[in-house]
Design a protein around this ligand. Structure first.
Ligand SMILES: Cc1cc2nc3c(=O)[nH]c(=O)nc-3n(C[C@H](O)[C@H](O)[C@H](O)COP(=O)(O)OP(=O)(O)OC[C@H]3O[C@@H](n4cnc5c(N)ncnc54)[C@H](O)[C@@H]3O)c2cc1C
Length: 408
């Protein structure tokens, strides 16, 4: 059986290995000059390749049922064993994130490539598939200057996130040409642009905090971890984590806000006790000087101005309870309106994609065309930050590869 894998990313490499282990002759067609470029960029170059707290609740999409089957078929334990057999010693970091013991994404790509080589998987790089056809049971894989043939095809071209690494959404057109419906893609796991006047001054400030996405009525999603103020707004893992839900609301035309808590481990009352004692001790200092050493210097003017103080020279000792609470409200619940989000270039994942109800939920074979399988981020399945997207790529890639080589 000749299998063509379109796209040599995480899901494509996994699909190729699974199919070749089952006896298929596999060729990967990759538009970049080498396979796996995105893998090298994952986890800040360390590749957070799965998460020990695996759960279907960490995945999103219009129809999540196939994802549940697939994630159970090639699950966390199978993934860990698969990589251990190839030489990857798992290191479990914060929040259950799993990295290779080397803490190098290149290790993950290297072992996949060694295995592909051992299985005689061919790689045709610098080859962008621009058209796919099926005629009399044979697929034609068509590039700008050449065409190849295969008995079945695994479409693993990724979504739209980070097109500089290869995934520019061209897979949607290929899937559409077989009659598949595309759920409108939008960036997920991306930084948020906020309205506000202090960002230039605050840019670069990092702290461990809690961030909430809010509409006028509800908290949409919240998360905790390292937050970074930037020139345009806000970034950091918890911001990426809430971004999908925030953008979904924005896309529905709603006003969305982000609220930042810079002291998530302290209640407002505890913070009041600390600040009132502090201000009593240094009652002779101005409120501006009084916060030096308590929060980042570049935050002080912004926090006090937002809290409603016009004169920053008033003395700490003159503040009453209500005024101290005004400062606390900013430190615990600084609210900004969301203006938008960064572009596909900065996004780490794609929400939306090929409608997942149009593939067999056990095998990922297209329900439109026999012999066509769809895997990875190209499908309308996306995961949370923390190793869940790569787990989906491994699980869906393995499933598509395995079943493509067992079907006739
Ligand atoms: C900066 C960054 C960091 C990330 N970090 C993590 C992390 O630590 N943990 C985690 O779980 N997830 C992470 N992700 C997400 C994760 O990398 C992706 O979800 C995953 O790689 C998707 O795999 P894929 O195979 O579906 O698509 P991709 O990895 O995008 O691969 C698709 C491949 O198809 C090729 N291709 C596209 N169109 C064509 C065509 N027409 N013809 C031929 N080839 C084509 C592309 O060049 C590409 O090589 C990160 C993403 C980014 C951008």
């Amino acid at each position: 059986m000749k299998t063509a894998v379109i796209g040599g990313g995480a899901s494509g490499l996994m699909a190729a290995i699974a199919a070749a282990r089952n006896g298929s002759q596999v060729t990967i067609y990759e538009k970049m000059n080498r396979v796996g470029k995105k893998i090298l960029a994952t986890g800040n170059g360390r590749c957070n390749y799965t998460n020990i707290n695996m759960s279907i609740d960490r995945y999103h999409g219009n129809n999540i049922k196939p994802a549940e089957n697939i994630l159970n078929f090639f699950d966390l334990n199978k993934t860990l064993s698969f990589f251990e057999d190839l030489g990857i010693n798992p290191y479990v970091g914060e929040l259950g994130k799993v990295y290779p013991g080397s803490l190098q994404a290149s290790s993950v790509l290297n072992v996949l490539r060694y295995e592909a080589e051992r299985l005689n998987i061919k790689e045709v790089t610098d080859f962008e598939v621009v058209e796919l056809r099926k005629n009399k049971g044979v697929f034609s894989i068509i590039g700008y200057t050449k065409a190849y043939e295969a008995d079945n095809v695994i479409l693993a071209t990724g979504g739209r996130a980070s097109p500089q690494l290869g995934s520019d959404g061209s897979g949607y057109e290929l899937a559409k040409s077989f009659g598949h419906k595309i759920v409108e893609p939008f960036p997920a796991l991306v930084q948020l642009r906020l309205k506000g006047k202090y960002f230039r001054r605050m840019s670069g400030i990092r702290f461990d905090g809690r961030v909430k996405g809010l509409t006028d009525k509800n908290v949409i999603r919240e998360d905790e971890g390292e937050i970074l103020f930037t020139e345009y707004g806000i970034s950091g893992p918890p911001v990426l984590q809430i971004s999908r839900s925030v953008i979904e609301e924005l896309n529905m035309g709603r006003k969305v806000y982000v609220s930042v808590d810079m002291f998530p481990d302290l209640s407002k009352v505890e913070l009041y006790d600390i600040l009132s004692l502090r201000f009593r001790k240094i009652s002779y200092k101005s409120i501006e000087d009084g916060l030096v050493g308590f929060i980042n210097n570049r935050l002080i003017t912004a926090v006090l101005t937002e809290a409603g103080f016009e004169d920053l020279n008033i003395k700490c000792g003159s503040l009453n309870k209500k005024e101290i609470y005004k400062i606390i409200d900013i430190l615990k619940e600084w609210k900004f309106e969301v203006a938008g989000h960064n572009t596909w270039q900065q996004a780490q994942s794609t929400a939306g994609g090929v409608d997942a109800s149009e593939v067999n939920p056990e095998t990922l074979e297209s329900l439109k065309t026999k012999g066509l399988y769809i895997a990875g981020e190209l499908l309308d399945v996306d995961g949370d930050c923390g190793g869940f997207n790569l787990q989906w790529a491994w699980s869906s890639g393995y499933t598509a590869g395995y079943f493509s080589s067992t079907s006739v």
